[in-house]
Write a protein that binds this ligand. Structure first.
Ligand code: SF4
Length: 164
């Protein structure tokens, strides 16, 4: 897996101050993608244990509310992210947000993607749609995207929003 950047303090991608991992590689090709350079699977640097340890240290900071995974497409780096998230959770448990161009319905029908989903707490789902772009929306770019409480949704077997 490769990554474009790691932010220690990110205030844009989830509730509170978060540490965030921007993986690279995404085939959704949304027009006007907010991070076009991260669509390339060869972009950025190779992820190693050093980066995992770095993120663990960031998350130990009491100011940091949790971790956010985005990109690129986290669910096209699924296997690696499952291992990384499990490694992080052995050391520190804080809520994990994950962004995806896939919808909830697509993710739960893919066993490997479902496995990563289960490791996380909040999903912002769906491709960015320029015609539905709304600058007033919090934590997402277009109004088709939903902010979903993963654990409650899995429990009740229906989509339960975390926030509108
Ligand atoms: S899913 Fe995200 S990273 Fe991928 S093309 Fe769409 S906006 Fe860009």
């Amino acid at each position: 897996m490769r990554y474009g950047q790691i932010r220690k303090y990110d205030i844009s991608n989830g509730v509170g101050i978060r540490s965030s991992i921007f993986v690279t590689g995404c085939t959704h090709a949304c027009p006007n993608c907010f991070n076009e350079e991260y669509q390339d699977f060869h972009a950025g640097e190779l992820w190693t244990d050093i980066q995992t340890q770095e993120v663990i240290e960031y998350l130990k900071d009491p100011q940091v509310a949790g971790l956010t995974l985005l990109g690129g497409e986290p669910f096209q780096n699924t296997k690696e992210l499952i291992d990384i998230v499990q490694e992080i959770k052995k050391e520190i448990q804080k809520p994990i947000w994950v962004y995806s161009g896939y919808t909830w319905e697509e993710l739960i029908s893919n066993p490997l993607q479902l496995e990563l989903l289960k490791e996380c707490d909040i999903l912002v789902d769906g491709r960015f749609q320029e015609e539905l772009k709304d600058l007033m929306l919090r934590f997402r770019g277009s109004s088709n995207q939903r902010i979903i409480d993963i654990q409650k949704s899995l429990q009740e077997n229906r989509v339960i929003l975390f926030m509108e």
